[in-house]
Design a binder for this molecule. Structure first.
Ligand code: RB5
Length: 148
């Protein structure tokens, strides 16, 4: 699995914790987050990273900002992205099993680094269940394919 991780200025600490986790888990990753001496705009980080997942360069992404909301809104504008803003382990597990989410958004100002790390770990370890969920995800893909 190849993972792209990105963050704005409000996600620096959780970004570092998640990078440590990816290294411990032996997961190949690229960090495209900001160097962040000053404040930046989260769409400038979320949209290019999401496109690199949608085009197949990466399997999954972890996007971090202050609340996780901006990153998730932006990521979900990219066709083929199913970004889940998730701050608990139950949702992290279920969004992989049922939604096959390919991006996890985390909000550093909402959860602390220890919980963020555990949420990310569960999300990375959990497989999609397929079956009835495949059909439901297919309906989202069909909608995305329609002309606006
Ligand atoms: C930055 O202040 C903050 O707005 C951003 O990190 C994010 O929380 C937006 O949704």
């Amino acid at each position: 699995m190849k993972v792209i991780i990105t963050a704005d200025h409000a996600g620096m600490t959780v970004r570092n914790v998640v990078k440590e986790l990816l290294e411990e888990m032996g997961i190949d990753y690229e960090d495209t987050g900001c160097s962040c001496e000053s404040s930046v705009d989260y769409p400038d980080y979320a949209l290019p990273a999401a496109e690199r997942i949608a085009n197949g360069e990466f399997d999954r992404g972890i996007f971090i900002c202050g609340t996780g909301i901006g990153m998730s809104i932006a990521a979900n504008k990219v066709k083929g992205i199913r970004c889940a803003l998730t701050h608990d382990m139950y949702s992290a597990k279920l969004t992989r099993q049922h939604n096959d989410s390919n991006v996890l958004a985390l909000g550093e100002r909402v959860i602390g680094p220890d919980l963020a790390r555990e949420v990310a770990r569960v999300w990375l370890e959990t497989e999609f269940q397929g079956g009835r969920h495949e059909n439901r995800i297919g309906k989202i893909g069909t909608y995305e394919g329609k002309d606006a």
